[in-house]
Design a protein around this ligand. Sequence first.
Ligand SMILES: Nc1ncnc2c1ncn2[C@@H]1O[C@H](COP(=O)(O)OP(=O)(O)O)[C@@H](O)[C@H]1O
Ligand SMILES: [Mg+2]
Length: 428
Amino acid sequence: MAHLLLVESWVGAMGTLLPRAVAELGAEFTFLTRRPEHYPQSAPDGLPHPLRLGRGVVTAETNDPATALAAARTLHADTPIDGVLTSCDYYLPLAARIAAELGLPGPTPAAVVAACNKALTRAALDRCDVPGPRHVTVPADDQQRLRTGAEMVGFPLVLKPTDLCAGMFVRRVEDWAALDTAARDLLRFEVNARGQRREPVVLLEEFLEGPEFSVESWIRDGEVHTVGVTDKSLGGASGFVETGHMFPADVGDQDHARLVAAAEAAIRAVGLDHGVVHTELRLTAAGPRIIEINPRPAGNQITELIRHVTGIDLPRIAVELALGREPALPTVPNGQRGGSRALSAAVSMLVPARAGILTGIEGTEAVAADPAVIAATFKAPGHRTTVGVDNNSYLGSVIALSHEQSGARRLAEGLLSAVSARYEEPAP
Ligand SMILES: Nc1ncnc2c1ncn2[C@@H]1O[C@H](COP(=O)(O)OP(=O)(O)O)[C@@H](O)[C@H]1O
Ligand SMILES: [Mg+2]
């Protein structure tokens, strides 16, 4: 039986989808983590959580690459490892490095490092003349360089960390005062959710105007294969919270081709040569512009949308590639509903309009019962919400399938509009 090393994981959707793919391929995994207690014991249905279904758990300090590598070598000597992977962005460079050191299939580690750090990504794209926004990386606590950087980029601009994800601390700023506040907020967030010390720098980027998309690809032997283009709805307090996605994107053939070409050029520019990649772009008046490159399957259920429309399961491809196998692509889409296949699939997220403690979410039964819905999950009463400033604040989501090209977004958004969150009112 093929044996994978799973290096940490997200606890959201991908924490279930990757272990499921491993099981479906008849393989098994050992889970390497610094804190087993970070992960749930059981799934919402009460059964053991898929992350608990591996052949074992190895506890080692994954924030120290040498310690993690030593633990992987010890395991490998005892139970040979055939492939290494993770779903968690903060451990993508480590997973690539372990694979390389053990002589297993995987991407070039330096390429993963470049893709996972937004400043290095911009530098790699510039070197290869992939067009992008004006940008500069400066120390977050250096007022003078922040000011000169902002003058060079021009307002409005986007301030963002180089090493976070889920839209955390990404802000559009209109003037110096807002820039100063955003930089100070980011500076105070010194350690990420996995206990890793952050880089005390900020990336300032020209604000790219235009609709946003992502291109989903996989790479084997350096050859890039693109599965399709997803479109993205944005909202929330920052304007950058992902409020929904639809696959395939509602975009004309010509723009589709331009988006794919831009994403593939960016993938080559950072040197990614193996694995699944999710590239985010905006389609500006001047053409597609890269937002970021993620060397892992798309999150936020996008891979499920694609699976329902095309039958292609990107987490499964990620596992196959990690094992050095040629992905087995389906010939018949599995989005079979009412006898005909779904032509589009969309996910819509419920984003809190305010902070507080949930007393309940009304209207969820009707959503779950709708024949177009294939998955609907919502937070339970007692959940403490923050204001919706990033993708970590969702109160729930619904996935709908449609038999119409581009019909699914309307369905999913319509269903969620009938749902409302109720909050505990503060004591008078
Ligand atoms: N230069 C930019 N111009 C316009 N919007 C941007 C820019 N950079 C980021 N954004 C917006 O912020 C969101 C989050 O930024 P991103 O770079 O993808 O960080 P994260 O890794 O947190 O997802 C993007 O999806 C996009 O909507
Ligand atoms: Mg992003």
